[in-house]
Structure formats: structure tokens, C-alpha cells
Design a binder for this molecule. Structure first.
Ligand code: FUL
Length: 483
């Protein structure tokens, strides 16, 4: 036996043991596997389309004849293509809004596309949009309004059974569903099969939500369930697409669907009991449905950009509504605005200067490469920089390859270990001097920080408050956008 061999092996093993610091213990509530997958989507769209599109209303009363639903040039590929070009990862369609009209030929009602003149009653908007989503590589989700102003039994147990049967149709006949959207708007006046009266329901008990959510779990276990209170994704608390500053991914759920404290949902609750990230919904126009009178009131590319920073940039997802028009297409003005938005965002986030830089840190966990500062700039979301337990305010510096005018930073925590950072600052170095350019609280799933463009040859992330050691998956640095 060669006497050198065991010595080498022993040395190697000793070196590996020194390297092999364990991953930090997770902190607080953690995302589920389903939530982790959803966190990657970040930006997706809503499609509000029903009889309202043709009656020029926002909430149909429920007495609209099926004959009013008559798109003249419906084109699912144009709709989905516009969303894709904008960078959306999926689309959620109003299969049924409060008016009760079904965009698919449901077996359980006559109030649907089946009895409309569109395609001679053989059309299926849910089918066409879900197919087009798959063709274009987008996820597909459904909105099924609990409040139904058409149905005669609304307010009675029989309606809840009807609602669940419809949900089963949608969850079994249209392929994989990435999100099911349960609206909180509920009860009031309506047609109700001709009764034309006001009906109120007890929001706490009437729908028995746990049973309905159980149907989603049974039939589409990967689907995210959205409502005011989750259980997978929470409403952001407003319909203007703006997440709180900060917007924690955690909250202690209180209240019920249709009856919560919106402000609490906007910020979430640091150290809340549940991982329940926010989704920020907003329409590209003033209304949710198409109105020709709003053709000149489409949000501008710059406004859409601000919304992106105020939602995705704060760790929420952005659910941007695009209302198909009476042709059944996304209007040219909306398409133009989306393209402009995409151009602006692309120009801001085009080149990550940190990728070509050199990272160092005041601390790192273990001695090897597993948790080294370079893990935050390697472009791999599965690796992260971390420090030893108890080191909670470390600093990470990236020396840029060459000086640049920088304007934006993107940060992400490694989510399987929870939301760990309570405060951070960004510094830029010029002529040997460090200057703080921004400071904020939460990082979480995704944090975009914008500041006045500043010349820098190095950029530093300072963790200023954290209950445990951080786990930073990404520190990206972008130059001032041109053009
Ligand atoms: C609300 C509804 O009442 C609106 O019509 C729209 O669907 C919006 C997304 O949710 O609660």
C-alpha cells in the first residue's frame, strides 16, 4: 500500500469537513412546493370577458339574454399572443362573472355560450383560451364568481352545489390549471331567475370554503388557490396593483373571503403564522371589462412600469387585466401599451453588471464555495450566500468589472429557508468613497430597488437587521437605462 494515499485522503476529508457547513435552519413559515413554483411566475394576466363586454357594464344584473354575447372576430391566439409578448407567464379567465353567464358550455345551466349566437352555440371561450395558452407556453387559470346574479337558487344550499359542479367541470375538462381565483365580491340585488330581489348571504358560513378548496386540491393539486385569505395566495388589499412597502410574504390570516382588513393584506404581517404571498390585481384600463369609451384611457407604458416596480418589485405577483373587446381581441391601444412597457422594462433590466463582477463579503458560512458571496451573483436561483448562525448584519460587496452609472438593484432571498431579512441598505463606491443610495425593509421573493443613477466601481449590500443569518440568492446590479 502506498503510505502517501491515506494521508492525502485524510487531508481531503478534513478539508471537506471544514467546507461542509450545513445549510442554515429555516426561519418562520415556509412556502409550499406549489407556492415555490408559483413564485417563479411573478407576472401574469387577467381576462375579463362576458356579456358586460357587449352591454357596456362592469357588473351585469344577471338578466342579460344569451344572445348579447356575440364577438365578431374572436381570436384566442391574438389574445394570448399579446399577453406573451408583454412577458406574462399565464392568464386567468373569468369563466363566469357575477352576471352568471358561462363562457363554456356548462351542463348545469342554459345561461352560457351554448345558447348564444357565437359560433352557432358551439363555441367555448374557456376551451379556446386554455388551448391557446398551452400553444404559447403560458399557464391557464380560472375565475369562477361565487356571486351569481342569474341563478334562481343563489343564497340557498342548492346554489353552492351548482357552483361546485361548475368548478369540477372547469378543473377536469381544460387541462392543468395554475390558479383558481375566488372573488370576495358577494351578494346584493340581482335577477335570480326572475325574482329580481336583493339577497344577502352570510359570508362566514354560506360558501363553506374549506370544502370548495378541497375540490381544487383533489382535482388540481398543483393549482394555487387565491382569495382574500388564501390559502395559497392572498389579495393585496386594493385593486390598483400596489403592494405595501414593505410587503411581507407572511401573514396571520384573519376574517373570511369578502370580509378582511385590506390594509393588513397590503403589507402582510412580519412573523405572521402563514406563508401567504400577495397578488396585486389591476386593470390596464379604468374598468375590468372593455368599454370603447375607455380606448384613450389605457395605462401608459410608464404607468405599467411603475406598477411592475410597486408589485413584483416588492415581492408580490402582478395580475394585470386585459379586457378583450367586442371583436374578442385585445384592442390595439392595449397591445401598444404592453409593447412599450416591455421595452422599458427590458432596457432597465438588460445587463446584470454583478454577473461580471467579483463578490466578497465580511462573512460567509463555512469555508468552501457552497455559501460563498459568489453564489449571490452566479445567476442560479438555487444557490445562495449565507453566513454563520448568529451573524445577522453581514455585508456583500461586488467589484464591478468597470465603473458604470448604476440605477437599479435586484435582490432575492432563498425562499425555501423563509423570509429572513428585516432591513438592508445599498451603497455605491466612487473615488474610494461609499455612499448609501437606498435602504428598505423586506427582500423576500423579489425586490427591485431604484435610485438616482450614480457612478460606481463597486456596489455593496448591507444587511442591517435580521433575526437570523441571511440567505441571499440574488444580488443583481443594473446600469442606467438608455433610450
Ligand atoms: C372584483 C369584482 O367585483 C370585479 O368586477 C373584478 O372582477 C375584480 C377583479 O374583482 O371583486
Amino acid at each position: 500500500m502506498n503510505p502517501v494515499t491515506p494521508t492525502c485522503a485524510a487531508l481531503l476529508m478534513a478539508a471537506m469537513a471544514a467546507d461542509a457547513a450545513d445549510a442554515p435552519a429555516p426561519y418562520g413559515p415556509l412556502p409550499s412546493r406549489r407556492q415555490l413554483a408559483w413564485h417563479q411566475l411573478e407576472f401574469y394576466g387577467f381576462l375579463h370577458f362576458t356579456v358586460n363586454t357587449f352591454t357596456d357594464k362592469e357588473w351585469g344584473f344577471g338578466d342579460e339574454p344569451e344572445s348579447v354575447f356575440s364577438p365578431t372576430d374572436f381570436d384566442a391566439d391574438q389574445i394570448v399572443g399579446a399577453a406573451k409578448e408583454a412577458g406574462m407567464a399565464g392568464l386567468i379567465l373569468t369563466a363566469k362573472h357575477h352576471d352568471g353567464f358561462c363562457l363554456w358550455p356548462s351542463r348545469y345551466t342554459n345561461h352560457s355560450v351554448k345558447h348564444s349566437p357565437w359560433k352557432g352555440g358551439r363555441g367555448d371561450v374557456v376551451g379556446e383560451i386554455s388551448d391557446a395558452c398551452r400553444r404559447h407556453g403560458l399557464r391557464f387559470g380560472v375565475y369562477l364568481s361565487p356571486w351569481d346574479r342569474n341563478h334562481a337558487a343563489y343564497g340557498r344550499e342548492q346554489y353552492v352545489e351548482y357552483y361546485r359542479k361548475q368548478l369540477r367541470e372547469l378543473l377536469t375538462e381544460y387541462g392543468p390549471i395554475f390558479e383558481v381565483w375566488f372573488d370576495g365580491a358577494n351578494g346584493g340585488d340581482g335577477y335570480y331567475g326572475g325574482a329580481r330581489e336583493t339577497r344577502h348571504v352570510d359570508k362566514l358560513t354560506y360558501y363553506d370554503w374549506p370544502t370548495t378548496w378541497g375540490i381544487v386540491r383533489e382535482l388540481q393539486p398543483d393549482a394555487m388557490i387565491f382569495s382574500d385569505v388564501g390559502p395559497d395566495v392572498r389579495w393585496v388589499g386594493n385593486e390598483s396593483g400596489i403592494a405595501g412597502e414593505p410587503c411581507w410574504a407572511t401573514i396571520t390570516p384573519e376574517g373570511t373571503v369578502g370580509d378582511i382588513d385590506p390594509a393588513r393584506n397590503t403589507t402582510g404581517v412580519r412573523d405572521g403564522t402563514h406563508w401567504l404571498p400577495a397578488e396585486a390585481d389591476v386593470s390596464i384600463r379604468p374598468g375590468w371589462f372593455y368599454h370603447a369609451s375607455e380606448d384613450e384611457r389605457v395605462k401608459s407604458p410608464q404607468q405599467l412600469l411603475e406598477l411592475y416596480f410597486a408589485s413584483v418589485g416588492r415581492g408580490a405577483s402582478l395580475l394585470l387585466n386585459l379586457p378583450p373587446d367586442r371583436r374578442g381581441r385585445i384592442h390595439e391601444n392595449d397591445v401598444e401599451a404592453l409593447r412599450g412597457f416591455r421595452r422599458l422594462l427590458g432596457a432597465i433590466l438588460s445587463v446584470d453588471l454583478a454577473r461580471h463582477g467579483v463578490a466578497s463579503a465580511t462573512h460567509q458560512r463555512g469555508h468552501g464555495d457552497r455559501f460563498s458571496p459568489s453564489r449571490a451573483i452566479d445567476g442560479d436561483p438555487e444557490t445562495y450566500w449565507s453566513t454563520d448562525d448568529g451573524v445577522t448584519t453581514p455585508e456583500l460587496t461586488v467589484e464591478l468589472k468597470q465603473p458604470a452609472r448604476i440605477a437599479t438593484v435586484r435582490l432575492r432571498e432563498y425562499l425555501p429557508l423563509g423570509q429572513r431579512v428585516d432591513g438592508f441598505a445599498i451603497d455605491a463606491r466612487a473615488a474610494g468613497e461609499w455612499h448609501e443610495v437606498a435602504a428598505a425593509q423586506a427582500i423576500g421573493p423579489h425586490r427591485l430597488v431604484r435610485f438616482e443613477p450614480v457612478e460606481a466601481d463597486a456596489v455593496r449590500l448591507r444587511i442591517t437587521a435580521a433575526p437570523v443569518c441571511p440567505a441571499i440568492a440574488e444580488f443583481a446590479v443594473f446600469p442606467e437605462a438608455r433610450g
